[in-house]
Design a protein around this ligand. Structure first.
Ligand SMILES: Nc1ncnc2c1ncn2[C@@H]1O[C@H](COP(=O)(O)OP(=O)(O)OP(=O)(O)O)[C@@H](O)[C@H]1O
Length: 253
């Protein structure tokens, strides 16, 4: 019997994943034979120098880009050979996204933005989901802002709306791409604490791409990429130690 992603306690995994951009002498091998799993209920940071393949890895794992070779699994579903229409459904139903630039819809208020994943899926939240959304709205401190539009909110509040939206459907995995990149350091720390809490208290699996050692120090696990390969895989690590590892990697490059 084949061992599944779920059997392994993982929410997503890639095996022998490679991604090449372009052909011939100018080709770039952005990911080079990566095999790794993202563990359920963990906050995983993906770090590495500029150009090491972090964004490419996230895009391929989230079904936003296709691999050149290898397999990509979200839960027990292999997505690497899926067509666009199927991938759209996987992205809508099984993964959530938090971006540096928040990506809220400017014409929708906070409630409309949080409910957007349901709207796009052509359904209303179930009774259970409504209770969960109410809980998220409250615990993220958004209740008094529920009818406000994004331009009426601070950056930190906008990112909290994006987090509520990403968690609303209880996706298998939330991908966060430099989620604190547009925030001041105090607001950034608050957002990171919220992501860590979502993993710890709600069993939400999160994969965050970052180049910031302080951001990565909030994670349960850190994967280090260099030249398209995983070169280190550690548990929770202090920011100073992460900085030292990154300096070593940059010196070796
Ligand atoms: N669409 C593309 N076409 C060609 N090359 C690309 C493309 N996207 C990425 N690359 C190349 O693939 C490599 C990995 O890029 P990627 O954006 O994944 O790195 P990164 O670690 O996220 O970098 P950064 O921290 O600077 O965002 C780089 O050499 C980059 O130039």
């Amino acid at each position: 019997m084949q061992i599944t992603t779920t059997d392994l306690g993982l929410v997503a995994r890639v095996t022998h994943l490679s991604k090449q951009f372009g052909e011939g002498p100018g080709a770039v091998r952005a990911l080079d034979d990566i095999s790794i799993g993202i563990r359920r209920g963990e906050f995983t940071a993906i770090m590495g120098p500029s150009g090491s393949g972090k964004s490419t890895m996230m895009h391929v794992m989230a079904g936003l880009d296709s691999p050149t070779s290898g397999e990509v699994w979200i839960g027990d579903t292999e997505i690497s050979r899926m067509r666009d229409a199927e991938l759209t459904l996987i992205r809508r139903r099984r993964v959530g996204f938090v971006f540096q630039s928040f990506n809220l819809v400017p014409t929708l208020d906070v409630r409309g933005n949080i409910l957007l994943p349901f709207e796009l899926d052509g359904r209303r939240p179930t009774a259970d989901e409504s209770v969960w959304i109410e809980h998220l709205t409250q615990s993220l401190g958004l209740t008094s802002r529920i009818t406000h539009r994004p331009h009426e909110l601070s950056g930190g509040q906008q990112q909290r709306v994006a987090i509520a939206r990403a968690l609303a459907t209880r996706p298998d995995l939330v991908f966060a791409d430099e989620p604190t990149g547009s925030l001041d350091s105090r607001t950034g720390r608050e957002v990171l604490a919220l992501l860590a809490t979502a993993a710890r208290d709600y069993d939400q699996s999160i994969a965050m791409v970052t180049h910031d050692p302080i951001a990565a120090s909030h994670a349960d696990r850190i994967l280090f990429l260099a030249d398209g390969r995983i070169v280190d895989d550690r548990g929770a690590t202090a920011a100073e130690d992460i900085s030292r590892i990154m300096l070593g990697m940059e010196a070796a490059a």
